[in-house]
Design a protein around this ligand. Structure first.
Ligand code: HEC
Length: 97
């Protein structure tokens, strides 16, 4: 079921249709990624995310789990699953409406 939800999110983000903001994104990632604090690629800044996405989703999920630069391990979402990380990253990398 979680997987299905993530797939729906990804599909709508790729189609640039208003994707619902994952609640856990608001509680964790958004603290840095909404403002670009500490050099974080900003949410909906497609150009900033492009070189990151080129690493591939598995590598990006690993970066979050292990931490990268100023980003703490798990990105402050200790209970997040890979599917949730995928949905959050896809959301952040998609253009705003
Ligand atoms: C405390 C601030 C902070 C929080 C919270 C945070 N990030 Fe980040 N994130 C950063 C910074 C800073 C970078 C850039 C790191 C660098 O390249 O040195 C980054 C980079 C990334 C990248 C790119 C990694 C790569 O390999 O290029 C991804 C993906 C990412 N964040 C996802 C997330 C997700 C998903 C969450 C929420 C679960 C999250 N971040 C929460 C600060 C944060």
């Amino acid at each position: 079921m979680k997987k299905f939800f993530a797939v729906v999110l990804i599909c709508s983000a790729v189609g640039a249709i208003a994707a619902p903001v994952p609640a856990k994104y608001q509680a964790s990632c958004s603290a840095c990624h909404s403002s670009g604090a500490a050099g974080a690629p900003k949410t909906h800044d497609v150009a900033a995310w492009q070189p990151r996405l080129e690493k591939g989703m598995p590598a990006l999920i690993l970066s979050v789990k292990n931490g990268l630069g100023a980003m703490p391990p798990t990105g402050l979402c200790a209970g997040c699953t890979d599917e949730e990380y995928t949905a959050m990253i896809t959301f952040m990398a998609a253009p705003a409406d």
